[in-house]
Structures are given as structure tokens and as C-alpha cells.
Design a binder for this molecule. Structure first.
Ligand SMILES: [Zn+2]
Ligand SMILES: [Zn+2]
Length: 119
């Protein structure tokens, strides 16, 4: 079903968008569930939502793996303060804080766990 939608999407000329395609209406619930599972803390630095903005990051990007957009196992809580935070740095390898959403770190789960452990 999702794959079918992706095909239609690509045929319509929206493939490889600069901006990721719109998210499912169910995404906010999945993201919220990831926050709850992770205790509203960044999986890499451990900072809490009360200290820093947090977002749900797809370990495998949903523009490449659309079937995993709503898979809780594919979502990590990461911090995203102004300038990037763990989300951009670890999740999208934006070392200089610039936004490169197409970059992604296939080892983000392990890398985040390693950082958290070293705290
Ligand atoms: Zn963080
Ligand atoms: Zn992300």
C-alpha cells in the first residue's frame, strides 16, 4: 500500500524531493510513542525535553524506506536545539551544523548508545 503510493508519487514527478515528502497523518502519534519509550530524553546526550527541543529521527530515512515511516523501532528521540544538536550531528552527519537532511547515519542507534554510555 505504502509502496504503491510511493510509485504513484514518483510517477507524478515528486520523486527525489529536496524537501522530504509530507509525512503520514499518523506520524505525530508514532513520534510521541517514541518520546514516551525514550523517557522524553535524547538517546545520544540524555537531555530531557524540559531542557532541549526533541524530535523523532528515522534511523532509516523514510524517503528511502517509506514502509518504515511509522515503525516505532525505526524512530529515535534526539535533541534538536538551534544549530543542530544530536539530531543533525549524529543522525544526519551535519558536522558543521548545516542542514543536510539527505545524509544519514546507518549506525545512529549504536552511535547514540555509545555516546550516552560515555556520559
Ligand atoms: Zn542530544
Ligand atoms: Zn532525522
Amino acid at each position: 500500500m505504502l509502496r504503491w503510493f510511493g510509485d504513484i508519487w514518483n510517477q507524478a514527478g515528486f520523486g527525489k524531493p529536496a524537501e522530504p515528502r509530507p509525512r503520514s497523518g499518523r506520524w505525530p502519534r508514532v513520534e510521541q510513542n517514541a518520546f514516551i519509550r525514550d523517557g522524553f530524553r535524547c538517546r545520544a546526550c540524555g537531555r530531557h525535553q524540559s531542557k532541549v527541543k526533541i524530535v523523532g529521527h528515522h534511523a532509516r530515512p523514510y524517503h528511502l524506506f517509506p514502509d518504515e515511516e511509522l515503525d516505532l523501532n525505526n524512530v529515535l528521540t534526539m535533541c534538536q536545539p538551534m544549530g543542530g544538536g544530536c539530531h543533525l550531528r549524529l543522525g544526519h552527519l551535519g558536522a558543521d551544523g548545516s542542514c543536510r537532511w539527505v545524509n544519514w547515519n546507518p549506525n545512529v542507534v549504536a552511535d547514540a548508545a555509545k555516546e550516552l554510555k560515555s556520559k
